[in-house]
Design a protein around this ligand. Structure first.
Ligand SMILES: [Zn+2]
Length: 132
């Protein structure tokens, strides 16, 4: 149950400590400007979001498996559609490329959220505690 709440708050891009403040200044998964703009601290519990310089470069390592989990089934779906419905790769390939670009932003944002949620624990009331 605790994991489900954490997962929910990762997808909602909420602060890992209080689950109330927003991780990004521009809310939502599909945004097209200020993609990585985060406030210095949580507006609700004052948790530091810029834990150390380069902290979020580790999010790249989290995004790789997510990309694989998302795109390998899409690739197989493309092969299936090509095989059974004779939809040409001339159509399927551009669709896949566009999907890649569209999903890039939410995947990067979720990766950052996962990283900070792995580093900082939830605290009831969001006042004490902090990094592991
Ligand atoms: Zn907070």
């Amino acid at each position: 149950m605790d994991t489900r709440i954490k997962l929910y708050n990762i997808f909602k891009l909420k602060c890992p400590r209080c689950y109330k403040g927003n991780l990004f200044t521009n809310r939502g998964l599909f945004v097209f400007n200020k993609i990585f703009d985060m406030p210095q601290n949580c507006l609700h519990c004052n948790q530091d979001f810029k834990i150390e310089p380069g902290f979020y470069s580790a999010a790249l390592w989290i995004s790789y498996p997510i990309v694989l989990i998302v795109f390998i089934p899409l690739l197989f779906l493309g092969l299936y559609l090509n095989e059974n419905y004779e939809i040409s790769f001339k159509i399927l390939l551009p669709v896949l490329v566009i999907l890649c670009f569209l999903l890039q932003i939410p995947i990067m944002r979720i990766s950052r959220a996962i990283l900070i949620h792995l580093t900082i624990n939830y605290v009831q009331g969001g006042k004490r505690g902090g990094t592991i």
